[in-house]
Design a binder for this molecule. Structure first.
Ligand code: C2E
Ligand code: MG
Ligand code: MG
Ligand code: MG
Length: 296
């Protein structure tokens, strides 16, 4: 990509810049171009209800289809997109695409007598400092026609670390739109738990680092069981991330977790593959529920 410096590919080199700074500048430029050239896409990972095995929700996950590098995972560019502020337009693109996709899938489901799916979209802490975030979310819902109740916004605990009053106002305004709010990677942040009752949160997503060792590590089991109890006592829904085995699934089901997301059921997949999964899933009983193919 470095050789293709077209109109948008302006580069400059100063002797004081070290390799790292140059690399960052290259990636920043590349991200800008990626947005302009529509190289971002979303993959979708199902959220499965532990009661009946039905797919009840889906998380939209950003991918960068790089012309030379192939599919680039978000861990390799989200951090930089956050630092440079490019996460704001990239995140809006993701929100818009996910809502449009959610609307199309829900129209299809309605026509086939199936209940609506919830579409979960990640919001970075940086997007929370945008004064027009609520207006933008409202606009996207309006334009795409996705009912607000079908949109779930995933936040991390870091949004509570900055200006608490500002965060409280923002969450209240988002909630007033009718969307669902969830805390992603729950348990890995540094916030106090008091925000759970002060803010209008609906869902806790247990971080996969805790889920990973259940059925092996007693401490992680204790943490997972405690988070489930905490969530339910606060009348929140609880989703376990990173479920990779039948053993983990059964453990979570025995301990009353509401939903799971993870490779055991499916990796994040392209839209067409997700549609196929939806068609096959309908309302399976657990007896018939087998792990789906590893696609990605
Ligand atoms: P996340 O929101 O916590 O998403 C879950 C991540 O865990 C995804 O990684 C998913 O592929 C991965 N995962 C799911 N099930 C399993 C499993 O069973 N085992 C393992 N080992 N991993 C599993 P992914 O897609 O690489 O995304 C990484 C992170 O990038 C996301 O973590 C999220 O923080 C961020 N991200 C992705 N898309 C967006 C976006 O549109 N906007 C923002 N701001 N951040 C995004
Ligand atoms: Mg997430
Ligand atoms: Mg997570
Ligand atoms: Mg994460």
């Amino acid at each position: 990509a470095a050789k293709k410096s077209g109109r948008n590919g302006f580069r400059f080199y100063l002797p004081c810049m070290n390799e790292e700074a140059l690399e960052r500048l290259r990636i920043e430029n590349a991200l800008r171009q990626a947005l302009a050239r529509s190289e971002f896409m979303l993959h979708y990972q199902p959220q499965v209800d532990l009661g009946d095995g039905a797919i009840t929700g889906v998380e939209a996950l950003l991918r960068w289809q790089h012309p030379e590098m192939g599919v680039v995972a978000p861990d390799r560019f989200i951090g930089l997109a956050e630092e440079t502020g490019l996460i704001v337009p990239i995140g809006m693109w993701a929100l818009q695409s996910a809502c449009a996709q959610g609307k199309a899938w829900n129209d299809w489901r309605a026509a086939h007598g199936q209940p609506p799916l919830r579409m979960a979209v990640n919001l970075s802490a940086r997007q929370f400092t945008q004064p027009d975030l609520v207006a933008k979310v409202a606009e996207v819902l309006e334009e795409t026609g996705l009912p607000p109740a079908c949109l779930e916004l995933e936040l991390t605990e870091s949004v509570f670390m900055n200006d608490v009053t500002q965060a409280a106002n923002l969450l209240r305004d988002l909630k007033a739109l009718g969307v669902t709010l969830s805390i992603d990677d729950f348990g890995t942040g540094y916030s106090s738990l008091s925000y759970l009752r002060r803010f209008p949160i609906d869902v806790l997503k247990i971080d996969r680092s805790f889920v990973n060792d259940i059925a092996v590590d007693e401490d992680d089991e204790a943490i997972v069981v405690s988070i489930i109890a905490l969530a339910h006592n606060l009348k929140l829904r609880v989703v376990a991330e990173g479920v990779e085995s039948r053993e983990q699934l059964e453990y979570l089901r025995r301990h009353d977790c509401d939903q799971i997301q993870g490779y055991y059921f499916s990796r994040p997949v392209a839209p067409l593959q997700f549609e196929q999964m939806l068609r096959e899933n309908k309302h399976l009983g657990w007896a018939e529920l087998a792990p789906l193919a590893w696609v990605e």
